[in-house]
Ligand binder design. Structure first.
Ligand code: F6R
Length: 604
């Protein structure tokens, strides 16, 4: 949902901003722009399309001497993704870039127009520029003007601002949108995310909502909402520049799938001791005691891991679990009990819908656990108990390794809550280790069957995933992955439900991906497959090596290793992710940056 960057230092601001925008491009990529201080004042360049377009444009001008500026890569919310609406926006006095949504922009715009302001774009952001200009004119103090301006805004924002009368200085302020200060030697940064400056510094500060930041090459000042200077602890990022490098892979998505064995092993190592679950706050034993039921709240892929988690927790811990789409949670007028545990799952830790749900639950003073991949993110900070998923940064818009790690954490949680004897739990955790260190590697490297299936899928506009039990839930994720990067329409169905209506859509050649990772379902799944086959469906099955009942009735079979059934979702997930990847590759799609999407969805 838009990436923002501000830079001041001794290097070429143009180059740093382009580099940083490339790193932030996962947040939005429909237009880009930057404003740089030059000897003739501030120079602004904007383009429709990707950061590469902006780079090309910038190379036509000789702006390399500039050492300070701001930049933006956009995911449009207000106004078409064209050059006029691209950021930065500004006035005679200042330029700003914005990530977020100003909910009261229409009211403010009316007032500002009456006062004589002239608007050139359709964005909500331009309202902030004019308001800030007016407040700065009235107060003649930048911190006071920023503080006054944000008091008038409703909604979410992370802003990076430069004033024409103060070269080499960038200001920033945030509410409900991420903004970090990268602290370097003789250079400082403001950015939506660490990846924007990790190549230059691993040290950063995290301003709170309402705090205003001022950076110059040698100083970082943070002011509280009353305008008083305040101290912030310097933090060190665990990420490295290599985390955000493609490392020879053609796409981040493939690189991230290949990282699964490593990050899943890291997860097992960090959340188990002697093959038993042991979470970070294990001294706080009361947290997991006396749970009546569990609500899992999340969006998209994270929500799908919650569905797999539901299956495991209900099966092994016998605690009822409901999984809810975060954006709908508040409208369900939720009925929660003091014994309930609410689990929020989020890769980014910044998803606005999930955060809004968490805040609602916090108001109800209930137990909250978040499973979050980004340390220090808002969801992590506002939850009572946090389990960090060590998947590392995910750059591809389609989430893969984070899903697998979230799923593994929920499997471990199911065992933690299960009350089963230690021997049973140890056996399951040993099987997870064996899958992660051994068979998963074979799945991601031996992809001949997956590629053959992808060739078939690429020729169709509609297809289905079917499964029973946990496979039904895995199918929802396989379907989402395929839709988002290949643009083929697909639906995931409980295998037994298809015949209650949707089977009418099966015609000659319609691909149906049948998941049978649990042999217990093979008899019933075979019948469901036969039903589809007799109507012309083309069956691509994903089942264990020994499962001949399914292979016999399949047109293509992709085998998952004969591991303990408990661990099979991890290998099946990798199969489905690769199936989506190779189908999209076959169709020549822009795999890492699919159309209309952005990685971190910080608007509701
Ligand atoms: C799909 C995908 C999205 C996210 C969803 C939640 O590949 O990545 O569906 O899973 O937007 O994002 P987080 O996990 O950051 O809360």
């Amino acid at each position: 949902m838009c990436g923002i960057i501000g830079y001041t230092g001794d290097k070429s601001a143009q180059q740093i901003i382009i580099e940083s925008l490339h790193a932030l491009e996962y947040r939005g990529y429909d237009s880009a722009g930057m404003s740089l201080f030059t000897s003739e004042g501030i120079r602004t360049l904007k383009t429709q399309g990707r950061v590469d377009e902006l780079d090309k444009k910038a190379k036509e001008y000789d702006l390399n001497q500039s050492n300070c500026g701001i930049g933006h890569t956009r995911w449009a919310t207000h106004g078409k993704p064209n050059e006029t609406n691209a950021h930065p926006h500004g006035t005679q006095k200042l330029m700003i870039v914005h990530n977020g949504i100003i909910e009261n922009y229409k009211e403010l715009k009316k007032i500002l127009i009456k006062k004589g302001c002239v608007f050139v774009s359709d964005t909500d952001t331009e309202v902030i520029a004019h308001l800030l200009d007016m407040n700065y004119t009235a107060l003649n103090d930048k911190i006071k003007a920023i503080t006054q301006t944000v008091k008038m805004l409703k909604g979410s924002y992370a802003l990076s601002i430069i004033f024409r009368d103060e070269p080499n200085t960038v200001y920033g302020v945030k509410k409900d949108s991420p903004l970090l200060v990268g602290v370097g030697k003789g250079e400082n940064f403001l950015a939506s995310d660490i990846s924007a400056f990790i190549a230059h510094t691993e040290n950063y500060l995290r301003p709170e909502d309402g705090e205003t930041v001022k950076i110059t090459p040698y100083e970082v000042d943070v002011f509280n909402a009353q305008g008083k200077k305040t101290e912030k602890p310097l933090q060190k990022s665990a990420n490295t520049a290599e985390d955000t490098d493609k490392c020879g892979f053609n796409h981040y998505m493939l690189k991230e799938i290949f990282e699964e064995p490593k990050v899943l092993l890291k997860t097992l190592d960090s959340l188990t001791c002697n093959f038993l679950p042991c979470f970070n706050n294990e001294n706080d034993l009361t947290f997991f005691e006396d749970i009546g039921s569990i609500r899992i709240i999340a969006c998209g892929t994270a929500m799908h891991s919650g569905l797999v988690g539901k299956f495991y927790i209900e099966k092994y811990a016998r605690i009822p679990v409901t999984v809810e789409v975060a954006s709908e949670f508040r409208y369900s007028d939720p009925i929660l009990d003091e014994k309930d545990l609410v689990i929020i799952i989020s890769q980014s830790g910044e998803t606005a819908d999930s955060l809004a749900a968490l805040r609602l639950v916090n108001e109800m003073k209930l137990r909250t656990l978040s499973i979050v991949n980004t340390p220090g993110s808002t969801i992590a900070r506002e939850s009572e108990y946090v389990i960090h998923t060590p998947a590392g940064p995910e750059i591809a818009v389609a989430s893969t390794k984070a899903f697998s790690v979230q799923t593994l954490v929920l499997m471990l949680l199911a065992l933690r809550l299960s009350g089963q004897n230690n021997e049973f739990i140890k056996e399951r955790i040993k099987s997870l280790y064996s899958t992660v260190t051994d068979s998963l590697h074979n799945v991601i490297t031996d992809t001949a069957a997956i590629r053959s299936a992808a060739k078939i899928l690429a020729k169709h506009r509609n297809l289905f995933f079917i499964g029973r039990g946990c496979d039904n839930y895995l199918g929802t994720e396989g379907s989402l992955k395929l839709k988002e990067i290949s643009y083929i329409h697909s639906e995931a169905y409980a295998a037994g439900e298809l015949k209650h209506g949707t089977i009418s859509l099966i015609e000659n050649g319609t691909p149906v991906i049948a998941l049978v990772t649990d042999d217990a379902y093979s008899e019933k799944m075979r019948s469901n497959i036969e039903e589809v086959k007799s109507r012309g469906g083309y069956i691509i099955s994903v089942c264990a090596e020994s499962c001949n009942k399914i292979k016999d009735v399949s047109d293509i079979n992709i085998t998952v290793p004969e591991d303990d059934t408990f661990a099979r979702p991890l290998t099946a997930a990798a199969v489905l992710q690769l199936l989506a990847y190779y189908t999209a590759l076959e169709l020549g799609r822009d795999i890492d940056k699919p159309r209309n999407l952005a990685k971190s969805v910080t608007v509701e």
